[in-house]
Design a protein around this ligand. Structure first.
Ligand SMILES: Nc1ncnc2c1ncn2[C@@H]1O[C@H](COP(=O)(O)OP(=O)(O)OP(=O)(O)O)[C@@H](O)[C@H]1O
Ligand SMILES: [Mg+2]
Ligand SMILES: [Mg+2]
Length: 301
């Protein structure tokens, strides 16, 4: 089959591995930088052009769309869906997962365990907000943060208030969250493909750091997860509508809680921690499941 890989950089580990795994299995991969793709929005005749070429012979599309190009990338993916091309993850699920509030709301309505979380833009009553998550210590997160940047632990009322006021002062939307102390600076990444957890790793922050992000010096090791963790990860991916997802969990006293669900989970850490051929499993999933027009929304968004 012919696979379109939506990626801005084919030299990145995850892109390289997906290309390698597809080619090993005799497939052809075309890498498309979404920002350079252009689309004809003609009635009943959707098309995508890339570098002067009409892309009309693709069987499946793998989105690896960076957070900064989510909207345009999702439009390109949606165009493929309108053409009947099978997406590894569909555009609706991708945009859902990129919106932290929408994700938490979707997960909460299905009863997935979550850290107690309050969202705010311009709260008048900061003290009430702090009380809602059970008081300090608590975690304050910039909604736009990534790689652990913009995630702060406030240990006292005073520091919580001043950090929240500081973020409000620069008009940043924030999440205030119960601090899961029991997780001891570690989180669990469950890699889900087609409703199964195919690999999982524990990420542990360095001594004295509550954030486990590999970019903040965290280390990754394989971990055996519990049946409850497994079913939580699988359900979370399903609720988001993702065929492939990286579900991040914290081990709390009240069971596994989901921190976030990633629609383009990286392959490097999980493959090197577990030694598993995740890229190969993704291509296999496409081989088994690709079907013309097989999406929940057929590009309706
Ligand atoms: N409520 C919490 N309790 C305990 N630890 C937390 C909590 N929230 C976050 N952490 C720790 O901080 C790390 C970073 O938080 P989070 O994943 O929410 O932000 P991020 O990694 O910057 O965002 P993104 O994953 O979207 O790029 C987590 O991996 C986890 O180790
Ligand atoms: Mg994270
Ligand atoms: Mg993330």
């Amino acid at each position: 089959m012919k696979i379109a890989l939506l990626s801005r950089n084919k030299k990145l580990y995850s892109s390289r591995r997906l290309i390698e795994a597809a080619e090993e299995r005799g497939h052809e991969v075309q890498v498309i930088d979404v920002l350079r793709a252009y689309m004809n929005i003609a009635s009943h005749k959707p098309s995508i052009h890339y570098k002067g070429e009409d892309i009309n012979d693709v069987d499946a599309v793998i989105p690896r769309i960076g957070a900064s190009v989510t909207a345009y990338g999702a439009a390109v993916l949606r165009q493929f869906e309108m053409m009947g091309v099978f997406p590894l993850n569909e555009s609706v699920a991708l945009t859902r997962s990129r919106d932290k509030l929408r994700s938490l709301q979707l997960l909460s309505r299905k009863g997935i365990g979550l850290p107690v979380t309050v969202y705010a833009s311009k709260p008048d009553d900061v003290k009430d907000m702090i009380a809602m998550v059970g008081g300090p210590p608590l975690v304050i997160k910039l909604l736009e943060g990534t790689q652990g940047i913009g995630v702060v632990l406030a240990e006292t009322h005073k520091s919580a208030e001043s950090i929240i006021q500081g973020f409000m002062g620069i008009n940043a939307s924030i999440l205030v969250q119960e601090y899961i102390k029991e997780s001891k600076g570690a989180d669990i990444r469950c890699f889900v493909i087609g409703g199964k957890v195919v690999a999982s790793m524990k990420r542990q922050g360095p001594e004295g750091e509550f954030r486990s992000n590999v970019h903040r010096g965290g280390s990754a090791t394989p971990i055996k997860i519990t049946p409850e963790e497994r079913s939580t990860a699988v359900r979370a991916a399903k609720i988001m509508g993702l065929n492939v997802a990286g579900v991040d969990l914290l081990r709390s006293n009240h069971g596994p809680v989901v921190m976030e669900v990633n629609s383009s989970p990286g392959l490097e850490a999980i493959e090197s921690a577990t030694g598993k051929d995740i890229a190969g499993l993704i291509i296999e999933y496409i081989e088994k499941n690709k079907k013309f027009g097989k999406t929940a929304t057929r590009g309706k968004g």
